[in-house]
Design a protein. Sequence first.
Length: 449
Amino acid sequence: MAYNLARLSKGVSSWVLLCQPNKIFNCTKIKHQHVRQFSTVLLNRSAKAYNNPANLGIKKCFDSPSLCGLRYFHTSKPRQVPAIIWVILRPLGKLAAILMGRSIRKWYSALPPNKKQLFKQWLMANAEKIGLVVAVLGIIGFVFFETHIQETPVTKRKRFILFTEDQFSSLADIEFQAQLALYQDKLFPANHPLCQQIERVAMRILNANQDIKQIFTKKWTVTVVNAPEIKNAFVTPTGQIFVFSGILNLCKNDDQLGVILAHEMAHSICGHAAEILSYTSWIDFIMMIGIALIWALPFSDALAAAFHFILNKITSLTITLPFNRKLESEADEVGLTMAAKACFDIREFVAFWRRMGLYETLELGLPPEIDVIKNVEFLSTHPAHYSRAEHLEGLIDEATKLRASCKCPRLPRIDPRAVLEQEVRTYEAKMQAEKLKNIIVLDIKPKSY
């Protein structure tokens, strides 16, 4: 069953892979009209085919030359609140907490002394009842949290998820359409070599990881933006791969491109976007209690705002940012595994992040051996580049064994990590020579008597 492209492409140039039910490798490639320049690869599937592993030919590793995913359809509409509503309500909830706390402070400050005393007596007299209500609310919150625990795909890590895939797909579609509208005049055509390269590498990753259910529950597409100044790539929660040409300038071959795509696709497969929104929404809900208390205490508005700011910073540094870095590390691990199964040179993962760390250091005008970014890693949503390289270095041996078990060709004799080290030494020698080129060395020879 083919998926209707009208909502996705809206007349843009697109490539679609259509599959016949129960024949996953019997594909037809259809070219749509050229109105705007946009490259899309869409993978569809049927529930019947997915429920029968024999129809998919699922093995530990896959070597098929082409892949047609099968689009997953739900038979009933989700009844939960759409994720977009939560995105809108989050800032409103914090504002409501501020207004409520401030109103309580103003109300209490306006009470005459005798009524303030009566209010304190009422609190003391009903302390047990108030404590019981708080305990019941805490139990309800705990039960709610525990009933929304799910397993992360691939890693099987337990995590809190507030939204279903159907709910979150609406946000992904909004993001995708917004990006298309923003860069519609800079999109490469479907037949551009860069689009074809990214399609080839992405399909290679998907082909090799068919044992992951989420490969078949997403509408994988590819969009390439002609923006050399932007070094970025991302994949939406529903599988739309968005790549800016600036990041491609850092990739000399398919293995290096596979590093980037595997990492970003891992984010989508693991559902990290939904997890981040769920986790931060839960943290924000808890913070609303603290915010209301801060603004209810007998402080001035300026002092309350200062404490509010400090609370936000502490929460960010101790909870939110470490959580984001953890998910980035998980995407590195899953991406490494996916790339190993796709027979990429997985040593490029380590070399890539070392190279990124080198570029970052040089942009600051510092010597290559100095990793100043690592010292301020706690201020970032991402681990430092050198930290990521060290983490992945420790996983290379296991990934190499996995790669070998997939009957991949042997790794090339030239190690990209060694190549990078040689590049660094060459650069350092060049810089040293540059420093000394305008210096005259006085060579004094002793006289013979």
